[in-house]
Design a protein. Structure first.
Length: 364
């Protein structure tokens, strides 16, 4: 489908809602972005195939516009217990001293095969993947069912792999992005690129549509992404304070702050960006073991959400989280487009130079 008309070409607004797993993402939020002219996304991560199907049906009842479903790609398999045993023991003791419990570290594939079968039986406009690129056969089957296939990449090498597999578009994730890094393989000293740098690197010599994501929260950021070769920008944190989002009150309050974000593996065993808190500081030496650590900390995080305890909550957020607004999703989309259009006009005038009517140029 490379080079052909795609969903991106049909959008009135070049805005894609990032899949916001773990609660913030809802059918209501996805539908609101769709109806405002963008592309809404549902996060199937941590959900069963059956629940994912229910979310798809709920979204269809709210909008007739196309939308996306994001799926976690299958990982390399379970981590060796020796990798996380000591961390699990230390965290268990830490939790017991606070009258809390941890879960059992375990591996699962997030119901991957069942979700693929669901999306083959009941296709959506776009199926996007995070944490890796499925096989060419999986991508071809989804495309034959009528879906575009997008793959999240965090490096030029991952972009090459996704293009070779036949991805219709690449979601180019910069280091500024909140939540999990979409890297195909998490490892120590994982290289992280800023979104504008990565857009230029991935766009050089590759004939594939690009969607930029990471730290984009305003129309000026959207305009910068489009000017750098993206066909649209994917935003997540910018929508997390919308009334349609399922973001917890404690998380919403943290997003309003100017507290810094950092990358951590403490909550899930996979590199992710969140607003700093006690849990991240206490457990910065977490091992690479996903989803084993995710299941280990799940009861702690659930309790923190229920009790409004932001110090123990995974406060996923991008670097520009304080720019998010308490506004309906449709208003956010409209403001992004309005400001991006203004920024584009300003850039055009500036590039035209002196004598073109621009007030930004100067003469020697």
């Amino acid at each position: 489908m490379n080079g052909d008309s795609s969903i991106l070409d049909q959008l009135r607004a070049p805005v894609v809602l990032a899949p916001l797993g773990g609660g913030p993402g809802t059918p209501e939020l996805a539908a609101a972005v769709c109806d405002a002219g963008g592309l809404g996304s549902l996060a199937s991560g941590y959900l069963s195939a059956a629940t994912t199907g229910e979310q798809i049906e709920a979204t269809r009842r709210l909008t007739r516009r196309p939308f996306a479903v994001n799926v976690f790609s299958q990982g390399p398999g379970p981590a060796d217990e020796s990798v996380y045993r000591d961390y699990a023991d230390r965290l268990g003791e830490w939790a017991r001293r606070r009258g809390m419990e941890v879960g059992r570290p375990r591996y699962d594939d997030d119901d991957f095969e069942a979700k693929i079968e669901l999306l083959l039986r009941d296709p959506v406009a776009v199926v996007s993947f995070t944490f890796g690129c499925p096989s060419t056969s999986v991508l071809e089957r989804l495309r034959s069912a009528g879906s575009e296939v997008w793959v999240t990449v965090t490096s030029p090498a991952e972009a090459d792999e996704a293009c070779a597999a036949g991805a219709d578009a690449l979601i180019v994730q910069g280091a500024e992005a909140g939540g999990h890094r979409g890297s195909f393989a998490d490892r120590e000293e994982l290289p992280v690129y800023g979104v504008l740098a990565l857009l230029q690197l991935v766009g050089a010599g590759r004939d594939v549509k690009l969607i930029a994501t990471g730290g984009i929260a305003t129309g000026r950021g959207l305009a910068a992404a489009l000017a750098s070769g993206a066909g649209a920008a994917q935003l997540g944190t910018a929508f997390m304070r919308c009334p349609e989002a399922g973001t917890s009150p404690a998380h919403r309050e943290a997003l309003r702050s100017d507290r810094e974000t950092s990358l951590t593996r403490a909550f899930t065993g996979r590199l992710a960006r969140g607003i700093g808190n006690e849990f991240m500081t206490e457990h910065e030496a977490a091992p690479i073991a996903y989803p084993e650590i995710h299941h280990l900390t799940a009861p702690l995080r659930r309790s923190a959400r229920e009790n409004g305890n932001a110090s123990l909550l995974n406060l996923w957020a991008g670097e520009t989280h304080q720019l998010a607004q308490d506004a309906p999703a449709a208003d956010v989309v409209r403001e992004l487009v309005r400001e991006a259009e203004a920024a584009s006009r300003s850039l055009t005038a500036r590039l035209a130079g002196p004598g073109s009517g621009s007030t930004t140029g100067s003469t020697a």
